[in-house]
Write a protein that binds this ligand. Structure first.
Ligand code: GAL
Length: 406
């Protein structure tokens, strides 16, 4: 009897241990999103007024002239407010002629001719969050429209969904509803005949990280990044607990970048970009690239950090607790982060609660041992060889250290 109990305990332990690292989800297999998406989206850059052909094409040109395309930035995505306020007589979505004088397809074609991809935004409810037509009841028709226009990426929002009773952004219950309508659109996209990256945006409801990979290529895991340090802290601290759900084909989406939008300090921009890159979030720029500063450009063009984000393993970093370090506190950014890479380990040190000197011995870092390693800090370019690292960081700044194991 005793041995049977022990056997059951051992079995359940092994199941738990495995599900903790490799959740049992059949991952969406549309061949897209094998690495986190890299691109730009209009919303943070100018909300409704930025949802235009002009802004999309100007940004596509900037992707080329600023060298962003060469670094892998690919998607030019237009967010809410691109359509007219009502569907046409056949029930189709109509691009606002003031913003899209030649329609959507002409712009998608131009963007494709530049070697880039084009994305659009929609919503699972009757209206989008800004009050434009949503896809509820029109999912197949809209998926076909997107395919006919050559759309490559579809961000799908959660306003005015059935349980909201007509009110915006209140869909909290019953649990599981968001999965229903996110799946309806996913099935419609699959039937459209075009491979369309599917970006779920239901603000982290219904523990989306546990099932998002079976439905979409990425899933927002929180409400918006509101362009302040508090948002960076809120989102990054939550992301640490869901690293195991990220992988090729489906990633936690920490929301669009706020670098270059005038609120974050240079140090905060480094931490925002560094943690998003390490957590394998899509990196969807949210600034006006026609006005970008050289300081912000240097961060978003950091090839070493982009390589961390795009590493073929697709495994997200999370926090680790070195001996003697305090325990992580919910809602705060922990100072010590690490994640595996195909040729090493990336370590993040974050001075989230004020200027600090942060040090680690490599032997305390998951994936490393007590021998000497070569390392490089990816923002300063500083290199070294040894068994430990130590960085003095200003308030809200971070160091990102790549340690080579191969
Ligand atoms: C929000 C969404 C934002 C943006 C906005 C547009 O629900 O989280 O990323 O798309 O709607 O109205």
């Amino acid at each position: 009897m005793k041995s049977r109990v022990a056997l059951i305990a051992a079995l359940s332990w092994s199941v738990d241990a495995r599900s903790a690292v490799e959740p049992h989800v059949k991952r969406l297999n549309n061949g897209l999103g094998l690495k986190p998406a890299l691109g730009w989206n209009s919303w943070n850059a100018g909300q409704c007024s930025a949802a235009s052909a002009q802004f999309a094409l100007d940004t596509a040109n900037k992707f080329i002239s600023l060298g962003l395309k060469d670094l892998g930035y690919e998607y030019i995505n237009i967010d809410d407010c691109w359509s007219t306020k009502s569907r046409n007589a056949t029930g189709h979505l109509v691009p606002d002629p003031g913003k899209w004088p030649n329609g959507i397809k002409a712009v998608a074609d131009q963007i494709h001719a530049m070697g880039l991809k084009f994305g659009l935004y929609g919503c699972a409810g009757t209206l989008t969050c800004a009050g434009y037509p949503g896809s509820e009841g029109h999912e197949l028709q809209d998926a076909q429209t997107l395919a006919s226009w050559g759309v490559d990426y579809w961000k799908y929002d959660n306003c005015y969904t059935p349980c909201n009773g007509g009110r915006v952004q209140t869909c909290q219950s019953p649990q599981g509803n968001t999965r229903t309508w996110m799946t309806t659109m996913g099935t419609a996209l699959e039937k459209s005949g075009r491979k369309i990256f599917y970006s779920l945006c239901q603000w982290g409801r219904d523990n989306v990280w546990t099932w998002g990979a079976s439905v979409g290529n990425s899933w927002r895991m929180s409400v918006d990044n509101w362009n302040d340090w508090a948002s960076v802290v809120r989102i990054a601290s939550a992301a640490a607990g869901m690293s195991q759900y990220a992988g090729p084909g489906g990633f936690n989406d920490l929301d669009m970048m706020q670098l270059g939008n005038g609120k974050l300090t240079a140090a905060e921009e480094r931490t925002h970009f560094g943690l998003w890159a390490m957590c394998k979030s899509p990196i969807i720029l949210g600034n006006d690239l026609r006005k970008v500063s050289s300081a912000t450009l240097a961060i978003i063009k950091n090839a070493d950090l982009l390589a961390v984000n795009q590493d073929s393993l697709g495994k997200a970093a999370t926090t680790f607790q070195p001996p003697g370090a305090p325990k992580p506190v919910s809602g705060q950014i922990y100072p010590y982060w690490a994640g595996p890479l195909s040729d090493g380990v990336v370590i993040g040190l974050v001075a989230a609660s004020g200027a600090a000197t942060l040090s680690v011995n490599f032997k305390d870092v998951p994936g490393l041992g007590s021998q000497s390693y070569s390392w490089k800090e990816l923002y300063t370019g500083k290199t070294g060889t040894g068994t430990n690292i130590s960085f003095s960081l200003s308030s809200h700044d971070m160091a990102v250290v790549k340690v080579k194991t191969k």
